[in-house]
Ligand binder design. Structure first.
Ligand SMILES: Nc1ncnc2c1ncn2[C@@H]1O[C@H](COP(=O)(O)OP(=O)(O)O)[C@@H](O)[C@H]1O
Ligand SMILES: [Mg+2]
Length: 452
């Protein structure tokens, strides 16, 4: 939906006086009126012109209004149709409602009455388009909090507070899972656009051939298959924020058009000669080094400078481990869904702090989620952790061979003794029997391995 565009009404009636009157009375800066005297004319018109509301006389010289209604419902999903019926023709009114008309109005009628029905129909059109927009918008998800006590995160929180109220584009960089989405939502949530849409699109998932039309929209007939005009994400984000994730994946030729939007807030739909205005705040994210991409001629240099006005770089979690305890507490609370949150054992916290977190905060969240499922009596122990975490000390400095690490003999012997002891529930004479060594040797080895 484009709030800056007037409502577009089509009146289809064979009575010339009604067409003339409707055009005269309803046309104003917020409403555009087209008229058609026949079914054929009406069809020609909607082929060329996108409309929002159609007022349709059920009796037409060259066809049945009901049939036309059905065709409209099929081909113009975003349009509401109001039926005009003759006096006492309630049957066809009922038929029309069954076929998906928004409402009907009986001749003779006053223009005021018709105007009211048109306005209501248009509200419904807007609502439907907004719903479609909502499917693109992520704002219905409760906005996640941006947590962290490290100096790096505190500084980023400070910068977010400064930049959010402006319209300056922000480039958010950092490894996958480091929190780029969270930052983008925080910026939008603290901006003057917070009530308006936040549209999030990952440029890496856009289909190459369709990127331009998804972003900018297209005109009917712009290419095969474009049977109807369609607004792009840019228009959906009007007065709100457009967050383009993985901006490094955008093809070069589309980058040039994007630069124009950033520079003068104008764009063109695919197949349209006319320039349009939009009011959009841009956020970008990437886990690529864009400066390198520019050097390699894979990224538009001018666009890079334009989007790199304000950069927020999220350090990987391994460089800010002091955030881990706070994040753990946050996720345990968040994921407990009202029940008393799980706790973690000291040993587990130690393992979490040791680990290198290649998947960053996302991985930590997943580990907590898994741990909660495997928790016993509300406590997450090392058994509830994935192997790479639980066994990281054991495997430190070892080489992997397929799934299994190549252990030193020392390490292998230690683990084997541990396993046997687990099996005998700690009974040492049984264990020494199984191992084929004397109890005295076993005691010595336990001492040596620190297993007592
Ligand atoms: N600082 C943070 N505070 C709270 N949650 C975070 C933080 N950073 C990341 N997360 C959570 O970790 C997950 C991954 O974050 P996300 O922003 O999607 O990462 P990215 O976009 O950088 O790949 C999400 O569930 C997000 O809510
Ligand atoms: Mg992301």
């Amino acid at each position: 939906m484009a709030p800056f565009e007037p409502m577009r009404i089509l009146v289809v009636d064979d009575e010339e006086s009604i067409r003339r009157l409707a055009k005269k009375e309803f046309s104003d800066p917020h409403r555009k009126v087209w008229t058609a005297g026949s079914a054929h004319e009406a069809f020609e018109l909607v082929r060329r012109q996108q409309v929002d509301v159609i007022v349709l006389d059920i009796r037409l010289p060259d066809g049945d209004g009901l049939e036309l209604l059905e065709q409209f419902r099929e081909t113009l999903p975003d349009v509401e149709v109001i039926i005009i019926t003759g006096h006492g023709n309630i049957d066809s009114a009922v038929e029309a409602m069954k076929s998906g008309a928004y409402d009907y109005i009986t001749k003779p009628f006053t223009l005021d009455r018709l105007e009211l029905v048109i306005e209501k129909a248009f509200q419904r059109v807007r609502l439907q388009r907004e719903n479609r927009l909502l499917r693109h918008t992520q704002s219905y998800q409760p906005s996640p909090r941006f947590i962290g006590s490290s100096a790096a995160i505190q500084h980023i929180q400070y910068l977010i507070g400064k930049v959010a109220p402006t319209d300056v584009p922000v480039l958010i960089t950092g490894e996958s899972g480091a929190g780029k989405d969270v930052v983008a939502r925080a910026i939008h949530g603290l901006s003057r656009r917070q009530e308006n849409p936040l549209i999030i699109k990952n440029c890496g998932t856009l289909q190459k051939e369709l990127i331009r039309s998804e972003l900018f929209g297209y005109c009917k007939g712009a290419f095969t298959g474009a049977t109807e005009s369609q607004e792009g994400l840019l228009t959906l984000a009007h007065q709100g924020t457009l967050f383009l994730d993985e901006i490094g994946e955008l093809p070069l030729e589309v980058q040039a058009s994007l630069l124009r939007v950033l520079e003068n807030q104008t764009f063109r739909r695919v197949g349209d000669k006319q320039e349009r205005q939009v009011d959009v705040r841009f956020l970008f994210a990437t886990n690529r080094n864009l400066a390198e991409e520019v050097k390699a001629s894979r990224f538009h240099e001018a666009l890079y400078h334009r989007i790199n006005v304000f950069q927020l770089d999220l350090p990987p979690l391994r460089q800010r481990k002091e955030d881990i305890p706070l994040l753990v507490e946050y996720f345990l609370g968040l994921l407990s869904a009202g029940k008393p949150p799980c706790r973690i054992s000291k040993n587990v916290m130690h393992l979490l702090m040791e680990y290198s977190w290649p998947g960053n905060v996302r991985e930590l969240r997943n580990v907590m989620e898994r741990g909660m499922i495997l928790s016993e009596n509300g406590i997450i122990t090392a058994q509830g952790l994935p192997r790479e975490l639980a066994e990281q000390n054991r495997y430190k400095g070892t080489v992997l061979h397929g799934e299994r690490p190549l252990l030193s003999l020392y390490e292998l012997e230690k683990q084997h003794i541990q396993r046997v002891l687990e099996h005998t529930s700690g009974n040492r004479s049984q264990a020494s029997d199984t191992l084929g060594i004397s109890r005295k040797t076993l005691y010595r080895k336990l001492k040596e391995y620190g297993l007592e």
